[in-house]
Design a protein around this ligand. Structure first.
Ligand code: GLY
Length: 350
């Protein structure tokens, strides 16, 4: 079992991320010191609830446990679900002392975190992620929120959890494509973090606990440096500008988030190489590693289609867009580019 500490100064909260196997069954041992009141609400979805909600409930038998289940999927990530969580908490007389637990993937964690940030102006919450993607990314760092019909994650708050419990056993029930999806964020993190980690992942040398620990440790250092996402935290979006465009062009059905990130990261590396800013050969290294984990790397749309879709990206500004580029593995930076240059670069690399 490993432990990483995330210290977030602005929101004044330091929390531990515990990573290992066989943790859910013994959740009380790891999280009860953060539960001050008598009541706990497990917020989970219709896929995860039948597998894990009772195990968690049994582990927390010292508390009065309530379970809120919503239909699994991104379509539930809206204000209607948040409103139902508020009503559920109100009907069960939850106070500021009571605790919410997000048991699920990114959709669950983001919504439970937002409900916790806003109900009674803030109640404690704990993250128990159940997908690789939420283990290594969304459960750490305090980004919470929900989607609007005109865009994803447009409403939100920074609100840090009291603890994160990552049980690697929970990944055994995932479909292989869901694991691949998470591997895209793992490989992205390795490219941002260091060559040693990248090589170990490319060679499939790290066990799950070690791989997740290294990702979470890297993310924590970035979150600690820029909790409110006004600078360096932006590098965590490596490949995401192009990835989001690809997800959007496929109506969020054809390409998953991880597939978009894999294709988008290779595009970003090729653009960096074209500009002479990224060391030659990085795009090929990234491509080979994504492919080794079953992820696509070839852009399925034309440069013009991708450019059209990313022009409206919420991260775009009036003079263009900030791209995340690599000098080398382990050294990322933000590069402002205007739209005309970006369109030209895209036609050159796609
Ligand atoms: N998922 C990127 C971040 O937490 O900033």
């Amino acid at each position: 079992m490993n432990r990483v500490t995330c210290e977030t100064a602005k929101k004044n909260n330091t929390y531990d991320i515990t990573i290992g196997n066989n943790l859910l069954k013994n959740a009380d041992k790891y999280i009860s010191r953060f539960i001050k009141g008598k009541k706990v609400a497990i917020i989970t979805d219709s896929n995860v609830a039948p597998l894990y909600a009772d195990i968690l409930k049994d582990a927390l038998s010292a508390y009065q446990v309530f379970t809120f289940i919503f239909p699994a999927g991104e379509a539930s990530k809206n204000f209607s679900t948040i409103n139902s969580i508020y009503s559920f908490l109100c009907e069960n007389d939850f106070t500021r002392e009571d605790t919410l637990i997000a048991l699920g993937g990114g959709v669950t964690g983001d919504m439970c975190g937002f409900a916790a940030a806003t109900y009674l102006r803030g109640v404690p919450f704990i993250q128990i992620p159940t997908t690789l993607l939420s283990d290594v990314d969304s459960s750490v760092g305090g980004k919470t929120g929900y989607d609007l019909p005109c865009g994803k994650n447009l409403i939100g708050a920074f609100y840090q959890p009291k603890a994160v419990l990552i049980d690697t056993d929970l990944l055994t029930t995932l479909k292989p494509e869901t694991v691949s999806d998470g591997m895209a964020e793992v490989i992205k993190t390795a490219l941002l973090s260091d060559k040693d980690m990248f090589d170990l992942i490319s060679e499939k040398q790290l066990d799950l606990t070690e791989m997740i620990t290294r990702c979470v440790h890297f993310k924590s250092t970035i979150v600690q440096a820029d909790e409110l996402d006004s600078g360096i935290r932006g590098i965590l979006n490596l490949g995401h500008t192009f990835g989001h465009a690809i997800e959007k062009l496929g109506n969020y059905k054809t390409y998953s988030h991880g597939q978009g990130v894999a294709i988008g990261t290779v595009i970003a590396c090729k653009i960096g190489e074209k500009l002479g800013l990224t060391k030659k050969g990085i795009a090929d290294l990234a491509k080979n590693t994504f492919e080794a984990y079953g992820l696509p790397t070839l852009p399925p749309y034309s440069a013009q289609e991708i450019f059209g879709a990313l022009k409206n990206d919420k991260k775009a500004n009036s003079s263009g867009i900030k791209l995340v580029l690599l000098n080398d593995i382990g050294s990322a930076f933000l590069h402002q580019t205007d739209f005309d240059t970006l369109e030209k670069l895209l036609t050159e690399v796609i």
